[in-house]
Design a protein around this ligand. Sequence first.
Ligand code: TYM
Length: 323
Amino acid sequence: MRVLSGIQPSGGLHIGNYFGAIRQYLALQHGNDAFYFVADYHALTSVRDADRLRRAVFDVLADLLALGLDPEEATLFVQSDVPETTELAWLLSSVTPMGWLEKCVSYKDKVAQGIPAEHGLFAYPVLQAADILLYDADVVPVGQDQKQHLEVTRDIAERFNNVYGRGEPVFRLPEPYILETAAVVPGLDGRKMSKSYENTIEIFDEPKAILKKCKRIVTDSRPVEEPKDPEGDNLFQLFKLFAPADERTEVERRYRAGGIGYGEVKTRLAEHIAAHFAPARARRAEWVAHPARVSEVRAAGAEQARRAARVVLDRARAACGVA
Ligand code: TYM
């Protein structure tokens, strides 16, 4: 199975990225033909500082390697190292109705807020379709927020196939892979965890910073002795992701019976998060101390990715008559 996914370099990775996507990247890298990339072309729609972008690309590469992405198992690359992506985006653009893009949320939200949007943001889903179709991906592990982009990708692929296919489809139709239990990881305020809401807990924060963040998680104001509803509680949803089964059951029981305070759960959650990522934090320090090794992984990944991309791009060019 060909697996592909991407992540934007727009700041430190958070635990929503981890449970919603990265954990699935790691599971699927074994026994599949997996491609994972840092989506720097996409980040140009929001990051406007060249040095910051370069640093952020390096950081995401180091983060993914530290979290266990194995360059022997999967191809790890940077989107802009494969300029074929932008050519395919143009071929796809030419068959994409404006109406499909007008419906896409990030563009629609910006316009609804009265903020002028750039063409890059409008065309973002076409670039994402190019990312996916360029590698003949079968499966795309993502969080729920990317579902719409996957639907547009499939629509564009079908449209291109119908227009140019001559009985043979040009593109393979990809399936999203969204894990039910982590489809939308909540942030400190209960909304989806997201950089733009400033409600994130970063994977590589120091334990002290993690505790500080956990203390800010919004709950209701029920005192210790009062029974509480674990399902409706944002803090418990985060706790559930980290605590082992027996501890989860114990805390859930005490929520329902009363006798547990949110403060205790926050402290225990912070300890779990810090412990969970401690080995990755140590591995990250190793990668950061040896940036040349990160560059080697990047260069090898670019070569492999370009080789795969060329096959599909040539097929698409031939199908539509530019070759
Ligand atoms: P990005 O960089 O915002 O997020 C990376 C991945 O993390 C998931 N995610 C979450 N999952 C659950 N709960 C959350 N709170 C949460 N926050 C983020 C995202 O769903 C995503 O899987 N457009 C994409 C990047 C992209 C891409 C692609 C993805 C570009 N090209 C091709 C797949 C295939 C994005 O901005 O993800």
